[in-house]
Design a protein around this ligand. Structure first.
Ligand code: GLN
Length: 189
């Protein structure tokens, strides 16, 4: 299996390093042609408005949507979660709109711009994952087919809908590989 990491902006290098450490083949995706050679895709954290605009500029949005509809697994972290969402509260920014969720950007407020906490994550019940939040979004609403994998302080911070996974936090900035491993299991199924 080859896992692509969308490498337009944001912390794609950390995702590539995590995948390499786990031992899967990982590749940068910059052009829509790059998508043809990957079996799954990670959309990193960064600035969702920039990632959305660049996806449109390089015609990656259409290509990713088409692959997602054929079942390609996609995992979005933070800004990646935002671009996967159908609804972004108060914003018309470009997006993939693949997940039946409404998100609120920068939802933890100024006081809490970035923080770390132990986060329950239902696929890893043995112990929580370390959540790194950086100007993170939350899921304000989730549709029927959306499974809630994590709530923190009453806020939804990880969701799955079929082949799509999204976390408001950044496991790629920790040395805990379990969220990436969960995504790879999803991708192998
Ligand atoms: N606040 C950023 C946005 O709205 C996301 C931050 C992140 O990815 N760490 O795009």
């Amino acid at each position: 299996m080859v896992v692509g990491v969308l490498a337009l902006q944001g912390d794609f290098a950390e995702h590539l390093a995590m995948l390499t450490r786990i031992g899967v083949e990982a590749r940068e995706v910059r052009k829509h042609r790059d998508l043809e050679s990957v079996d799954a895709l990670i959309i990193p954290g960064g600035e969702s408005t920039t990632i959305g605009k660049l996806m449109e500029r390089y015609a990656l949005d259409k290509a990713i949507r088409a692959r997602a509809e054929q079942g390609m697994p996609i995992y979005g972290t933070c800004a990646g979660m935002i671009v996967l969402a159908k609804v972004i509260e108060g914003s018309t920014q470009p997006r993939l709109g693949l997940m039946d969720i409404a998100v609120i950007r920068n939802a933890f407020g100024r006081q809490n711009e970035s923080f770390e906490a132990d986060i329950p994550f239902t696929p890893t019940p043995e112990r929580p994952v370390r959540g790194v939040f950086i100007r993170a979004p939350i899921v304000a609403q989730a549709g029927q087919g959306v499974e809630i994998l994590s709530e923190f302080e009453g806020k939804i911070v990880a969701v799955r809908q079929g082949n799509l996974l999204a976390t408001a936090f950044h496991p790629e900035l920790t040395d805990d590989e379990r969220v990436h491993r969960y995504f790879l299991e999803m991708a192998r199924d």
